[in-house]
Ligand binder design. Structure first.
Ligand SMILES: O=C(O)CCC(=O)C(=O)O
Ligand SMILES: [Fe+2]
Length: 369
């Protein structure tokens, strides 16, 4: 990508768009002098919509990696060409998603160390998180509630009515089946919340039982498989909104959504699945017949050996997973064999994306030369 000045006043960029002329106002909005933007936070001190619509470039030249411009309103600024090119070519920080199934060779894993959150390794791990929908950190200190420190070092914890964090262990009179020792079939967490928590962290503090294995499934891979192999049933799952509901003593939470939600470009955006909490609407019989068939098929795919990975969370392991993409579960265990104690919490995609952009800037990754 190249930037050039023509006749002292036209700024042309040559990239995918050949000889693309930059609008003078677009450039003027990006002027960063002390009078126009706050020097402490980079935020504009004026409303750019009020700039003169006929503003033009009076004079421009490129020198030593800088673009010098004088505008017809008298404002002058020296841009770094790289900054402009970077912005013009800016992509989302996230690389391509890699769909996986039970043949996944290597789980994305890292050994935790203090200050990992400030390293290039963390940048790569966050990329892995977006590629695979999960990462496992090993040897995370097993102090109770370390998970909150961990989560707040990436972004900000998202508290719920279960608190800032929650304890996953078998207890009497549980308000959720997670707090028992029975098997949990593949599910996404909390589809009844508005908004649904984006990312779940589960930190294993104790695991002395033989079973209680963790299961993970790539919901996007299953949805893509269904789309390819049974488009009709895929379609009904993308068109039927189901009600999800959680009831406790002092709160009733509800939200509606498709088991497979598509975005405007018809790409898979989010999956929801929780057999414990879903209420199918009373649709016309033939429609429901099809929906039930589709739901059974996707449930079988989620639970199948073709898609599920199964592993034991060891003491100190911390699993971070995308709750909009992956399903998780666990096998049943016998609490008489010993303690099994996980601590969980949620963060949102803002946290991971924000950290990725920050690390990208810190290490000047993807920065145009
Ligand atoms: O016990 C487990 O491994 C998982 C429990 C669970 O599904 C959850 O806490 O969301
Ligand atoms: Fe769960």
């Amino acid at each position: 990508m190249k930037l050039e000045v023509v006749q002292n006043k036209k700024i042309l960029v040559n990239s995918a768009r050949k000889n693309f002329e930059l609008h003078p106002l677009w450039l003027r909005e990006r002027v960063k002098t002390d009078t126009l933007v706050d020097k402490y936070n980079d935020q504009r001190l004026y409303d750019p919509s009020q700039l003169n619509q006929n503003l033009e470039i009076k004079n421009a030249s490129v020198n030593n990696g800088h673009l010098n411009i004088e505008f017809t309103d008298g404002v002058q600024f020296k841009y770094k060409v790289n900054d402009l090119l970077y912005e013009l070519d800016k992509k989302e920080p996230i690389e391509k998603v890699i769909l996986w199934n039970s043949k996944l060779k290597k789980k994305p894993t890292a050994i935790y160390k203090r200050n990992i959150f400030e390293t290039k390794e963390m940048y790569n791990l966050l990329q892995d998180f977006y590629k695979f929908g999960f990462v496992i950190f090993k040897k995370v200190p097993t102090e109770d509630n370390f998970i909150l420190k961990f989560a707040n070092s990436i972004g900000t914890v998202r508290p719920t009515n279960f608190g800032e964090s929650f304890s996953v262990k078998s207890i009497p009179k549980p308000n959720d089946l997670a707090y028992t020792s029975i098997a949990l079939t593949p599910h996404t967490d909390n589809p009844y919340r508005k908004p649904i928590p984006c990312i779940q962290l589960l930190h294993c503090l104790e695991n002395e039982v033989k079973e209680g294995l963790s299961t993970l499934v790539d919901g996007f891979a299953v949805a893509e498989y269904l789309k390819k192999n049974n488009h009709d049933l895929f379609k009904i799952l993308t068109e039927t909104k189901v009600r999800f509901r959680f009831v406790d003593k002092s709160i009733i939470l509800e939200n509606w959504g498709e088991l497979i939600e598509l975005d405007q470009e018809k790409r898979i955006k989010q999956v929801r699945y929780s057999t414990r909490l879903d209420y199918v609407p009373a649709l016309e019989k033939t429609k429901l017949k099809k929906f039930y068939k589709a739901r059974k098929l996707i449930a079988n795919l989620y639970a199948s050996k073709k898609f599920e990975i199964r592993f034991k969370l060891e003491k100190g392991d911390l699993l971070m997973m995308d709750n909009h993409r992956l399903l998780h579960g666990r096998t049943a265990y016998d609490p008489r064999q010993g303690n099994r104690y996980l601590k969980g919490c949620y963060i949102d995609h803002d946290s991971t994306e924000g950290k990725l952009r920050y690390l990208e800037r810190k290490f000047k990754l993807k920065w145009k030369k």
